[in-house]
Design a protein. Structure first.
Lengths: 492, 484
C-alpha cells in the first residue's frame, strides 16, 4: 500500500494516464500516510482530505475521458503562502490564521490543471521570513531525517512533506534560498527558476523583486515536470516574462560532456569544516568525471549579497505587509480609534522576525536614509548581477555549496544574524534573478545520524533546461539521495 | 488698489475614462452599490498583483502631447506609503521622480479674450482611493468617529495628477485655467472631467506678496472646493483673508485649509508639521515603462484641434467675440456643426448669427440639439447664400429656418414652394411706394415740412404691403427719392 507513496511523479502520471492506477488510490494512500505520520513531522498546517479525494476523482474522470495529464494523480503539497480557493491560507501567521483565499494562485492552478491533487497546505516561516521553519506562528515542522532537527526554511513544510513521502511534489517559494536550503536539508531537489518564469499571482508577497515559486521533489525529472507545468507567462503578473518555455523534462542529460562548470573562487570550502568540504570536493570531482570541464570563476561582490539582501527584502516587505491592517480581512484587534486598531492588530498578528524586518525596511526607506541604504543596496545588486554575467562568459553553469552547514537542531540557532548566514550561498543568485537548484550531494554524520548535504548549481537567465539537465546527469551518476531513508515516513 | 498680489498654483486630480481600473479588470464606472466593482487586486487581497492599464498610459501621453509636455522615454511607478482605510494596500501606486510627462503649458483665455499661459510642473499617473464615510464624528472626519464605512468601487481608478506652477494671479485666472484644462481633456476624450462626480478634483495653493516682490509669500493649500464657482469664491476669500492678515501685521501659517461653502470662508484643517514621510520607492511589482519616441511623435501629430487653437481661429480668423467663441467651444457638437456651416457658406459672421442665434433658440425651444435637428449645416449655408444674394431678407430667413427645422425640406425648396423670394424688381417696388405715399398724404406733408424721421414709417408701410418680401434697402432708397 504505502509503496505508492514512494513513487515519483513521472511514474504516477504514467500509470494514472495508462489507467493502471487511479489517482484516487494514490491519494488515499498518501492521505493515510499523512494521517499516520504528520503528527510527528508537522509538515501540514491544513491537510485537505476532502478536496484531495474530490480532486483525485475528478482527475480519474478526466483521464477516463481521454485527457492525458502530465502530472495525473500526483500528490501536491502547497506552501501556505499560496492561495488555493476555499482553503485557509495563513502564511503561518496569526494575522491570517483564519483567512480563506477566494481565488487560486496561477502556479497552483497550473499544477491542478496538469493533474496534481492538493494534499494540504504546508508550514513555513511566517510570511516566508526565515531559514528553519521555526518562525511559524502555527506549528513546528521537523526534519524527516532527524526529528530533532529543522527541515530548513522558509519552505520547510513542503520540503518535509515531500521528504517524508506525504506528497510527491512540493510547491515552495524562494526569496533568498527558501526552496534551495530546505531542499538541501531534506535530501531533495529544490529548484528556483529564473525570476519571472513562474507567475507570482496568488503568492503572498514577501519581497516582490526576489520571490519566485518552484518545486521541491525527490528527483530532477519530477522537478522538470513540475516546472514545465507551472511555468510560463501569466497576464496577471506584471513581472512575469513573456517568453516561450522550452520543455525541460524531455531534455534531461546523462552526462556533462562539453559543459564548463564554474567553481567560485570566493566560496572557499575550508570555511565549511573538513567533513562538508570533503563532500563538496567529491561533488566537484564527480562533475568532472561526468565530462564537465571545471573552470575557476570569480564573484567578487557576492560577499555583499547578504547585506544587500537584508536591505532590499525588508524594504519591500515593509510595504508589502502594510495591507495586513485589520480593515478588510484577517485578524482585527479593536481599539479606541483606527490607529490604535492598526497598532494592536499588527502587534498581535505579526511575529518577532516579521516585525524586525518591517522595522528594518521602514528605516531603510525613510527620508534621510533612503540613499544610504536602499539606493546603495540596489547598486550593489546591479554589481552582483554583473558578476554573474561576467562569470557566465567563461562557464555554462556554476557549482557551489547550497548551505554552510547540515540541518541543525531545533532551537540551536537563536540569533537572527546567524540565521541570516544560512542563506549566504543562495542569496547572490536570488539577487541576480538567475535559476538555481540544490541537488543531494552526500551526507555528513552528527551524533551518528546521517544528515543530507546539497550541491547548488546555477545557470544564466532562462537556462532552466541546461540546469535541470545537468542536475539530472549528476543525480543519476551519484545516487546520493537514495543512500538513506527518512526516519519518519519510511516505507512500512 | 491693493498693494498685494496673489500667486496661485493649482493641483488637479482627474479620473481617466478607461473601461477598466488602473491595475485590474474591474469596471471603471461612477457610482453603483458599494463594493460591487471590486476584485482581489483592487481590494489588495493577499497575493494579488497589479498589471498596468495600457489605455490609461496612452491617455496620459495624449494629455502630455496636448499640453506640449516633455515625454521621457523611460518612466516608472513608485509606491507612496501611508496608512488610511480607504487605501487598500496602505500604499498608493503613484509616480515619484520619473513621471510620464514633465513640464508643459496650459493655454487659457480670460472672459475678455486675452490669451494667457500657465506652465505645468508635471502630470503623473496614479490610482484613486476608495471612499470613506465616517459616522458619529459630527464633522464627517475619521477622528472621533464611532465607525467608518468604506466603499472600494473607486479604489484603483486611474487618476491623473496635474500640477501647475504658481503662475496664476487671482481667482479669474485660476478658474479660466481650470476651464481650459477641462475643455482640453474633454476634447481628448480622456476624462469626463465632472467636478460633481469627482472625476475632476482640485486644490489651490494660494499665497500673496507685495506687488513687485521677488519672493513668494507663505502659501496655504485650499481643499474641499466642489465646483468652479466655489474655486472662485474660495480663492477670493483666501486672498482677502491673507491680505487683511498681512496688512494688520500678522503672519501667514503654512497649512491646509478647507473651504466652507455655506459660510464662504476657509478653515484650518491640518498644519504642515504633520507632514508624512511617504517612503517612496520603485514598485517592484511593476516593470519600468518604456515609451518609444516615435510613438510620442505620432501622438503629437494625431492631436485634434485643441480648444485654445479653436478659440484663436474663431476670434482672430473669424473675428468672433470672445463670448461667442467660448460659447461654441463649450458645446463641441455645436462647434463642429458651426465649422461645417462656415466651410459650406464661407461666411463666418452669418454662420455665427444663425448658429448661435435662431438655431440655438429653436434648439432650446424644441428640446432638440442643433446637430440632431433636421437642419443640416448645408441647409444653413444655402440660407446664408440666399440672404447674401438678397433672394430673401434676414427676417424671412428666420421663418424659412423654422420651416426647415420642422421638416419642410431645404430652405431653397421652402422659399420656392411658398413664394417667399424677396422682391427686388425696382418697378414693382416703385409702384408699391407710390401707393403708400398716395395713401398717406399727411405723413408726406410732415416729411416735407422737415420731419424727416417719418420716412421710416413710410418704409415700414411699404414693407408691410410687400408682406416682408421687398428688399428693405431698395424700399428705403425709393421712398427717399420720391419724397426728395
Ligand atoms: Zn479590481
Amino acid at each position: 500500500m504505502s509503496v505508492l507513496t514512494e513513487r515519483s511523479a513521472a511514474e504516477i502520471a504514467r500509470d494514472v494516464n495508462a489507467r493502471k492506477l487511479s489517482a484516487r488510490e494514490v491519494v488515499d494512500a498518501t492521505l493515510a500516510h499523512v494521517d499516520a505520520i504528520d503528527a510527528e513531522v508537522g509538515a501540514y498546517l491544513t491537510p485537505l482530505h476532502d478536496l484531495a479525494r474530490a480532486t483525485a476523482s475528478r482527475v480519474d474522470e478526466r483521464v477516463a475521458h481521454g485527457e492525458r495529464l502530465p502530472l495525473a494523480g500526483v500528490p501536491l503539497a502547497v506552501k501556505d503562502n499560496m492561495c488555493l480557493v476555499g482553503t485557509r491560507t495563513t502564511c503561518a501567521s496569526k494575522i491570517l490564521e483564519r483567512w480563506s483565499a477566494p481565488y487560486t494562485a496561477t502556479a497552483v492552478q497550473r499544477m491542478l490543471d496538469a493533474g496534481c491533487v492538493p494534499i494540504g497546505k504546508t508550514n513555513l516561516d511566517e510570511f516566508a521570513m526565515g531559514s528553519s521553519c521555526e518562525n511559524s506562528a502555527l506549528g513546528v515542522t521537523r526534519n524527516p531525517f532527524d526529528l530533532t532537527r529543522v527541515p530548513g526554511g522558509s519552505s520547510g513544510g513542503s520540503a518535509a512533506a515531500v521528504a517524508a513521502r506525504e506528497a510527491t511534489i512540493g510547491l515552495g517559494s524562494d526569496t533568498g534560498g527558501s526552496i534551495r536550503e530546505p531542499g538541501a536539508f531534506c535530501n531533495l531537489i529544490g529548484f528556483k527558476p529564473t525570476y519571472g518564469r513562474v507567475s507570482r499571482y496568488g503568492l503572498i508577497a514577501f519581497a516582490s523583486s526576489l520571490d519566485q515559486i518552484g518545486p521541491l521533489t525527490r528527483s530532477v525529472e519530477d522537478a522538470a515536470l513540475a516546472f514545465d507545468a507551472m511555468g510560463g507567462h501569466d497576464p496577471m503578473d506584471g513581472t512575469s516574462i513573456d517568453r516561450a518555455l522550452e520543455p525541460t523534462a524531455t531534455a534531461l542529460r546523462e552526462d556533462l560532456r562539453g559543459l564548463r562548470v564554474g567553481i567560485v573562487r570566493e566560496f572557499a570550502l575550508d570555511a565549511l569544516g573538513p567533513e562538508m568540504a570533503a563532500v563538496y570536493e567529491r561533488a566537484y570531482a564527480d562533475l568532472k568525471a561526468l565530462g564537465a570541464t571545471l573552470v575557476d570563476v570569480s564573484l567578487p561582490t557576492a560577499e555583499h549579497g547578504l547585506a544587500t539582501y537584508y536591505l532590499i527584502a525588508p524594504a519591500e516587505c515593509s510595504s508589502n505587509l502594510a495591507r495586513f491592517d485589520g480593515v478588510r480581512y484577517g485578524l482585527r484587534v479593536d481599539g479606541p480609534d483606527v490607529n490604535a486598531m492598526y497598532e494592536r492588530t499588527r502587534a498581535a498578528g505579526f511575529g518577532a522576525e516579521v516585525k524586525r524586518r518591517i522595522l528594518i525596511g521602514t528605516y531603510a526607506l525613510s527620508s534621510g536614509y533612503y540613499d544610504a541604504y536602499y539606493v546603495r543596496a540596489q547598486k550593489a545588486r546591479t554589481l552582483i548581477a554583473r558578476d554573474f554575467a561576467d562569470a557566465f562568459a567563461g562557464c555554462d553553469l556554476i557549482a557551489c555549496p547550497a548551505t554552510s552547514c547540515p540541518p541543525f537542531a531545533i532551537g540551536a540557532v537563536s540569533d537572527p544574524y546567524s540565521m541570516y548566514l544560512m542563506d549566504y550561498y543562495t542569496i547572490p543568485m536570488s539577487l541576480a534573478g538567475i535559476p538555481a537548484l540544490s541537488v543531494p550531494c552526500g551526507w555528513v554524520s552528527e551524533g551518528g545520524t546521517p544528515l543530507p548535504i546539497g550541491l547548488q548549481l546555477a545557470a544564466p537567465h532562462f537556462a532552466e533546461g541546461l540546469l535541470l539537465g545537468a542536475a539530472h546527469a549528476y543525480e543519476r551518476a551519484t545516487e546520493h539521495a537514495s543512500k538513506h531513508t527518512p526516519r519518519a515516513g519510511a516505507p512500512a | 488698489m491693493s498693494a498685494y498680489e496673489a500667486v496661485i498654483g493649482i493641483e488637479c486630480h482627474v479620473e481617466l475614462k478607461t473601461e477598466t481600473k488602473m491595475f485590474c479588470g474591474c469596471r471603471n464606472e461612477f457610482g453603483g452599490e458599494p463594493n460591487t466593482k471590486v476584485c482581489p487586486v483592487c481590494m489588495a487581497l493577499p497575493g494579488s498583483l497589479p498589471v498596468p492599464n495600457r489605455k490609461a498610459i496612452e491617455y496620459m501621453l495624449r494629455a502630455g502631447a496636448a499640453f506640449d509636455a516633455e515625454i521621457p522615454e523611460f518612466s516608472k511607478f513608485d509606491r507612496k506609503n501611508y496608512f488610511y482605510p480607504d487605501m487598500p494596500k496602505n500604499y498608493q501606486i503613484s509616480q515619484y521622480d520619473m513621471p510620464l510627462t514633465q513640464g508643459g503649458v496650459v493655454r487659457y483665455w480670460l472672459e475678455d479674450g486675452t490669451m494667457k499661459t500657465c506652465r505645468l510642473t508635471r502630470i503623473h499617473l496614479e490610482e484613486d482611493t476608495g471612499k470613506s464615510t465616517h459616522a458619529g464624528s459630527g464633522d464627517g472626519r475619521i477622528a472621533g468617529s464611532s465607525y467608518s464605512l468604506v466603499d472600494y468601487n473607486r479604489a484603483g481608478v486611474p487618476l491623473m495628477e496635474c500640477v501647475s506652477e504658481p503662475e496664476l494671479h487671482g481667482a479669474d485666472e485660476a478658474v479660466a485655467y481650470l476651464e481650459s484644462l477641462r475643455r482640453t481633456l474633454l476634447e481628448l476624450g480622456v476624462s469626463d472631467v465632472k467636478m460633481e462626480e469627482g472625476s475632476l478634483r482640485c486644490d489651490a495653493n494660494v499665497s500673496v506678496r507685495l506687488v513687485g516682490a521677488a519672493e513668494l509669500g507663505t502659501k496655504t493649500e485650499i481643499k474641499n472646493m466642489n465646483s468652479f464657482r466655489s474655486v472662485h469664491r474660495a480663492i477670493e476669500s483666501e486672498i482677502e483673508r491673507q491680505t487683511t492678515a498681512l496688512e494688520s501685521g500678522a503672519r501667514i501659517v503654512q497649512e491646509t485649509r478647507g473651504w466652507d461653502e455655506i459660510h464662504g470662508v476657509t478653515h484650518p484643517m491640518r498644519s504642515k508639521e504633520e507632514a508624512h514621510d511617504y517612503r517612496y520607492f520603485p514598485d517592484p511589482d511593476l516593470v519600468p515603462l518604456e515609451i518609444a519616441a516615435a510613438h510620442v511623435e505620432h501622438l503629437r501629430g494625431a492631436l485634434p484641434e485643441l480648444p485654445w487653437r479653436r478659440f484663436e481661429r474663431y476670434t482672430v480668423q473669424y473675428e468672433l467675440g470672445a463670448k461667442q467663441a467660448t460659447q461654441l467651444i463649450d458645446n463641441p457638437a455645436l462647434a463642429r456643426y458651426f465649422d461645417r456651416v462656415v466651410e459650406a457658406s464661407g461666411n463666418p459672421q452669418q454662420s455665427t448669427n444663425f448658429v448661435l442665434g435662431e438655431l440655438s433658440r429653436l434648439a432650446n425651444e424644441r428640446g432638440v440639439s442643433v446637430a440632431e435637428s433636421a437642419v443640416t449645416p448645408e441647409h444653413v449655408a444655402e440660407l446664408i447664400g440666399m440672404v447674401e444674394a438678397k433672394t430673401i431678407n434676414s427676417k424671412i430667413a428666420k421663418e424659412v429656418l423654422t420651416r426647415t427645422w420642422d421638416g419642410a425640406g431645404s430652405p431653397r425648396s421652402v422659399v420656392e414652394k411658398e413664394g417667399l423670394a424677396q422682391t427686388s424688381d425696382p418697378a414693382a417696388i416703385e409702384k408699391l411706394v407710390e401707393e403708400v405715399l398716395g395713401a398717406n398724404p399727411g405723413v408726406v406733408a410732415e416729411y416735407r415740412s422737415g420731419k424727416v424721421a417719418v420716412a421710416g414709417f413710410l418704409v415700414g408701410q411699404a414693407m408691410k404691403a410687400s408682406r416682408g418680401k421687398a428688399d428693405p434697402q431698395l424700399v428705403a432708397e425709393l421712398v427717399k427719392k420720391r419724397l426728395g
